[in-house]
Design a protein around this ligand. Structure first.
Ligand SMILES: [Zn+2]
Length: 465
């Protein structure tokens, strides 16, 4: 089937789905395209109304949220809008984990919600429930953000994310869905020196003009292109999930001749920030129609501008309150004020989510995001960290909780790391009592002491083209 026909069919399928729903994805996307430039007061009014209705709804329908509000001595009538959000209780991961069934709102049967499991690094993962309007809005924000880099629904695009780590096979249904939506997928963690060429040729052959994936994976491709004196012209690259050193930006821009537009989301609230395509300095625009970000400053005060640990509010999910939820990320936020004319707020800086790259025994780079991915498969872990001291080495540091099965889990971890770092890789496993955290309470997941020692952590050897 020619790509243009597939793309037209895919868009038509969304038209039908949106027509069938009372308020569908295409309507939400069209509205989000408009509302990014609404006068700020109009946007604020929308946010105020959503928060007001949501709090009243959860007070009436979420048994545990009602208890929390009563404990906090706050009633729904006191929440008139975002300005009053500080009166509401803060939700922690522990609270969600322990009280998920009582947090879930009445009137949302399983058939009408989606489930997301996050926090897989703990023995007791967090189960988040999301209703369909919540999903529609987050998806609309996602596609609006990609649209800023020229990627439209139905276009051919390329995605480099986790993959199966060789432990399970991908389902045919997913492959069919990917093809229909124009999405081409390759597993990020299989990307290594010996197959980098194949990845590059697969992207070239797909005709994709847009690449979405782990920052480290996009960077590894870019660096390989540069070191062989070539380019792979794209329109935009959307790296995510990790902080990006300045030198990586430059390498990606040169190798792909593309805009580099990182985006930020989390498993619980999803769409949170997309890079402004028009700003001189890198800045994320927040999805103000969908989510509120507050920061907790050092003295415990919270604010809609400033820096500190993030508190996230999902304004659309009526199935489970994610209101003032401390997700473990941190950064600096500000209100609107971008020269591009969009009236959305801004994330000026993101902290946390630090992943270095790892080097295989042959000295090839692989994405450090493999650490988080591997630990999704290990139960009863409170914290973990990967430290690399030389190529082909990994020291895996684990803080466990009761129930941890050392022989079985160690065997699994060794297999995963050896299959990616090389059969002769040296994999050590340590059990420290704790792992030092960053300001946001999130440990640095991957530390490459070898590269840091060589003074190259943020500037791995790569010849400018
Ligand atoms: Zn802007």
């Amino acid at each position: 089937m020619p790509p243009s026909l597939r793309s037209a069919l895919y868009r038509f399928h969304w038209t039908l789905r949106s027509r069938a729903a009372r308020f569908g994805f295409l309507q939400a996307l069209a509205l989000a395209e408009e509302s990014q430039r609404w006068p700020r007061e109009r946007l604020e009014a929308l946010r105020d109304r959503k928060l007001r209705e949501l709090v009243a709804h959860f007070h009436a329908n979420s048994p545990y949220y009602r208890v929390l509000m009563e404990r906090h001595r706050v009633t729904p009538s006191e929440i008139r809008g975002i300005a009053d959000i500080g009166k509401l209780p803060i939700l922690t991961k522990a609270m969600i984990r322990e009280h998920a069934p009582a947090l879930r709102a009445r009137g949302f049967p399983d058939s009408q919600v989606e489930f997301g499991i996050t926090g897989g690094t703990t023995g007791n993962p967090m189960r988040v429930t999301r209703d369909l309007p919540g999903t529609v809005w987050q998806r609309a924000c996602y596609w609006r953000g990609f649209g800023w880099g020229g990627l439209r629904l139905g276009d051919t695009w390329f995605q480099l994310f986790g993959g199966a780590l060789g432990l399970s096979s991908r389902r045919t249904k997913d492959r069919l869905k990917n093809w229909f939506s124009g999405k081409h997928f390759l597993p990020a963690f299989e990307l290594q020196g010996h197959n980098t060429e194949q990845y590059i040729e697969a992207i070239r052959a797909s005709g994709a003009r847009h690449l979405v994936g782990y920052a480290s994976s996009c960077f590894i491709l870019a660096r390989h292109l540069e070191s062989t004196g070539r380019t792979l012209p794209l329109e935009a690259v959307f790296p995510t999930a990790e902080l990006i050193p300045d030198s990586w930006f430059d390498t990606m821009r040169r190798a792909f001749g593309a805009k580099v537009l990182p985006y930020y989301g989390c498993g619980e609230v999803q769409s949170l920030g997309y890079t402004c395509p028009d700003s001189e300095t890198p800045v994320y625009h927040t999805c103000d129609e969908h989510a509120v970000i507050e920061v907790e400053e050092g003295d415990g005060r919270t604010s809609l501008e400033g820096e500190g640990a993030f508190l996230l509010t999902d304004l659309d999910n009526a199935a489970m309150p994610l209101i003032r939820y401390r997700n473990g990320d941190a950064g600096a936020i500000a209100g609107p004020g971008c020269a591009c004319g969009r009236t959305l707020g801004r994330i000026l800086r993101l902290d946390g989510r630090v992943n270095d790259v790892l080097l295989t025994a042959d000295g090839e780079m692989i994405s450090g995001a493999i650490g988080a991915h591997a630990f999704k498969m290990v139960a009863h872990v409170h914290q973990f960290q990967i430290v690399q001291r030389e190529p082909g080495h990994a020291c895996i540091r684990i803080v466990t909780v009761p129930g941890y099965d050392a022989p079985a889990e160690e065997d699994k971890l060794r297999r995963i790391f050896k299959s990616h770092l090389g059969e002769n890789a040296r994999v050590e496993i340590e059990y420290p009592p704790e792992i030092a955290a960053t300001v946001a309470g999130k440990a640095r997941l991957v530390i490459n002491e070898y590269l840091e020692g060589a003074g190259a952590a943020s500037a791995p050897a790569g010849k400018p083209g």
